[in-house]
Design a protein around this ligand. Structure first.
Ligand code: KIV
Length: 290
């Protein structure tokens, strides 16, 4: 697969016959290589790393340095996928200048574009980023960085008026120059209407089947954790069970002496084994300088 670029993504509307876009989060080189080998279009180095890798209860704890660190790991794998660096909470809220500097950190770390959460109130930041040649992916609906303002991770746009606001947000983000928009945690009909209303692709997560693409979190798709499974997640593997089985077998084999076996051990060549034997079972006599 050739390297996926921002212009290739921004042109992909399913209503024009394009294949649905596929995005997955990844936070390290093996994950990025797997996504690339699977033909995934985009890797999001998401702030979800806070919850699925770093053990936090929400995404508010990670910093630009954290996302840059994980972006560098993903970029080292040189995936064909477009790499999207997620701007964490407080990296684009204080000023336009700080926003541009923080986004540049992620681009220098290896992302080809950045994503940020929020609608019309983010327009000055989005315009400044695009002005500085950094492509921006929008993200509206259930925006996890607003967890406290929303009173929890709650589906958004359930009321007609709120749904209309989301459509206006999407149009404004498109007008500002975003090349795609993530729609998270919104009713199917609202996501469908947004997707119809704009010419850039929508990428859904908990937003139903009518978006131009879908995104899921790597650890959810692979079943690496089973503590909490959101309604919109489909598990394609049960890596938690597979991992525990494998680690238990390893522990059993070590304890029983079945690991390592002869094939898993290094051996001296015959002549060296013979010479070594001449020193006796204790090996060379260091005292004599042998
Ligand atoms: O960080 C993340 O994983 C995200 C997705 C949920 C879209 O922002």
């Amino acid at each position: 697969m050739a390297k996926v670029t921002v212009p290739k993504i921004s042109a992909r509307k399913t209503r024009d016959g394009a294949d649905a876009l596929v995005m997955i989060t990844a936070y390290d080189a093996p994950g990025a290589r797997a996504a690339s080998d699977a033909g995934i279009d985009m890797i999001l180095v998401g702030d979800s790393v806070a919850m699925v890798v770093l053990g936090y209860d929400d995404t508010l704890q990670v910093t630009v340095d954290d996302i840059a660190h994980h972006t560098r790991a993903v970029a080292r794998a040189k995936p064909d996928c477009l790499i999207v660096g997620d701007l964490p909470w407080m990296s684009y809220h204080v000023s336009v200048e700080e926003t541009v500097r923080n986004a540049a950190e992620l681009i220098r770390a290896g992302a080809q574009c950045v994503k940020l959460e929020g609608g019309r109130k983010r327009l000055p930041m989005i315009e400044a980023l695009i002005d500085a040649e950094m492509p921006v992916m929008g993200h509206i609906g259930l925006t996890p960085q607003s967890v406290h303002a929303m009173g929890g991770f709650k589906v958004q746009g359930r009321q007609a008026e709120a749904a209309m606001e989301l459509i206006e947000d999407a149009k404004a983000l498109q007008h500002a120059g975003c090349f795609a928009i993530v729609l998270e945690g919104i009713p199917v009909k609202v996501a469908e209407a947004i997707t119809e209303a704009i010419d850039i692709p929508t990428i859904g997560i908990g937003a139903g089947p009518h978006c131009d693409g879908q995104v899921l979190v790597y650890h959810d798709v692979l079943g690496i954790e089973d503590r909490f499974i959101p309604k919109f997640v489909r598990r394609y593997a049960d890596m938690k069970t597979a991992t525990i089985d494998a680690l238990s077998s390893y522990a059993d084999d070590v304890r029983s002496g079945a690991f390592p076996n002869d094939d898993e051990s290094y051996h001296l060549a015959d002549d060296q084994a013979e010479a070594f034997g001449l020193y006796g079972s204790a090996g060379p006599d260091i005292e004599q300088g042998s």
